[in-house]
Design a protein around this ligand. Structure first.
Ligand SMILES: Cc1ncc(COP(=O)(O)O)c(C=O)c1O
Ligand SMILES: N[C@@H](CCOP(=O)(O)O)C(=O)O
Length: 480
């Protein structure tokens, strides 16, 4: 499979080439030149496979430069019950991402796709554990080192750091928004003392951190000299690994591939739901993909109105679902490229307009009228909605959900369709946002034993301004 940039002005590359490179040289994001199609017969033949073997079926369509035996071995090493049982050991842990059915509402089943039982208790572990193993494999093959520059609003950072701990030839420089994450999230990252991990607390919001990552990646000389790579969903490897659990969710929810399901996805950087879009483009029978935002509702506004209006850092609100406090969703560009007919020049023009004027308006264009063919719907949730939903799901079903998943459930309930199962992606465990859980339920969230004393451990973090040059200087100094 060859990969093209969404800005249409970079040479096509293979899977392993883009894996270590991250952002395309023209500033765009990589996508395959075409989405491989999965037939219903093929889909039915995948029923009953282990998660690792299902992942093989999906990923082998995208990574033909990794020999079959190597890819299968990497996937079997990654997707084990031992790795994905950290949060809440469950009866069906062998499914890796089991569905926890809540019940029936308005004539349809509603369930949670459990994605947060990995080492850091958020869905990011699903792809990040694989990325760690893929990096190690690719670097060994090429005899290279990799210095990862990442941005986090709370969960990508710890997932990446836990996945890269002790990995030979890999250093991690992680930018996080100072004071904007939960105490548990900060402690997870900042308590790591590994010599290959560097945490930088930026005076700004997540979007500032992500802008710095992109600016550093766009300095081609610096990137090449310092072997800079990415672990954010900028990296196609992250997105494609997330495609797998849509297939798993679908197969677990249905008996035959004639059936349809809908997914609701708590969204911030649009990476998770972009993976759902790709699964749908491959032919997975998804009725709707419902984008659920918090008060930072740029994406909801776009799907309702056709107007994309990225907010400035100062307008980005600090909410009780802080991992979704994002106003410039990186992966939205991948979807724009698709709905613009994979026209790189048009996509580059639209994002130039975003840089210059803050957004674009397609409300009157034919492409917006045509957007329904992609199956997207959307909604937003607020702090009050979050508290109410956490309370309701606890009382009605005896299940405690985190604040981001609560945003998903709130919005999912507004889009139920009789007879079409609704699967809400559970993106983190409640303990990560324990302060809000305590407010909602008046009792603490359950904490896995591995994290009992996480907040009392000594922390190692450097404060830094939202300044590209300061970040570059830090990297240069610490690479020696
Ligand atoms: C817990 C949680 N939920 C939802 C999201 C949103 O996912 P995405 O950024 O892929 O849209 C994130 C981070 O992005 C997250 O950490
Ligand atoms: N919510 C994320 C933000 C980064 O998203 P990514 O999917 O692009 O890595 C986080 O928790 O850091």
């Amino acid at each position: 499979m060859r990969y093209q940039s969404t800005r249409g002005n970079s040479p096509q590359q293979s899977f392993l080439e883009i894996l270590l490179g991250g952002l395309a040289p023209d500033g765009g994001l990589y996508l395959p030149v075409q989405y491989p199609k999965v037939t219903t017969a093929q889909l039915d033949s995948w029923r009953g496979l282990s998660y690792a073997d299902l992942a093989y079926e999906v990923l082998s369509l995208y990574s033909d430069d990794i020999p079959e035996a190597d890819l299968r071995a990497l996937l079997r090493k990654t997707y084990t019950e031992q790795v994905y049982c950290n949060g809440r050991p469950q009866d069906n842990a062998k499914d890796i991402t089991p569905i926890h059915w809540l019940g029936e509402e308005h004539g349809t089943r509603i369930g949670l796709l459990s994605l947060s039982n990995g080492p850091t208790l958020a869905f990011k572990d699903m792809a990040m554990q694989l990325l760690g193993n893929l990096f190690e494999y690719a670097l060994k093959k090429k005899g290279q080192h990799l210095n990862i520059l990442g941005a986090t609003s709370g969960d990508t950072g710890s997932a990446a750091e836990y996945a890269m701990r002790g990995k030979e030839g890999v250093k991690v420089f992680m930018l996080s928004p100072r004071g904007k994450m939960s105490a548990f999230q900060s402690a997870q990252m900042y308590s790591l003392q590994d010599p290959n991990i560097f945490n930088l607390a930026v005076a700004g919001v997540f979007d500032d951190c992500q802008d710095i990552v992109k600016a550093v990646s766009n300095d081609h000389a610096f990137k090449a000299r310092n072997q800079i790579g990415t672990v954010n969903s900028i990296n196609w490897g992250r997105v494609v690994a997330q495609v797998v659990y849509y297939f798993q969710g679908y197969l677990l929810a249905t008996k035959s591939s004639a059936e349809k399901v809908s997914f609701t996805v708590p969204s911030g950087n649009f990476g998770n739901v972009c993976a759902g879009h790709i699964a749908r483009m491959m032919g997975l029978p998804i009725e709707h993909l419902i984008v659920a935002t918090n008060e930072n509702d740029v994406l909801d506004e776009f799907f309702r109105t056709g107007i994309y209006r990225a907010r400035k850092s100062a307008e980005t609100l600090h909410t009780s679902s802080p991992s979704m406090d994002i106003s410039k969703a990186s992966n939205f560009e991948r979807f724009v490229f698709d709905f613009m007919g994979q026209d790189g020049k048009a996509t580059a023009g639209m994002f130039k307009q975003v840089d210059e004027t803050g957004g674009f308006d397609i409300s009157k264009d034919a492409v917006f009228k045509d957007l329904s063919k992609y199956g997207f719907q959307s909604g937003r949730s607020t702090h009050e909605n979050r508290l109410e939903t956490i309370r309701d799901i606890d009382q009605r079903y005896g299940v405690m959900i985190d604040t981001h998943t609560a945003d998903g459930v709130k919005v999912a309930r507004e889009h139920l369709q009789a007879g079409i199962p609704m699967i809400v992606l559970e993106t983190a465990l409640p303990i990560k946002f324990e302060e809000t859980i305590e407010i909602a339920l008046g009792r603490p969230a359950e904490c896995p034993p591995a994290f009992k004393d996480i907040k009392s451990k000594p922390q190692r973090v450097e404060n830094i301004d939202a300044d590209v040059n300061q970040v570059k200087a830090f990297i240069t100094t610490h690479l020696g």
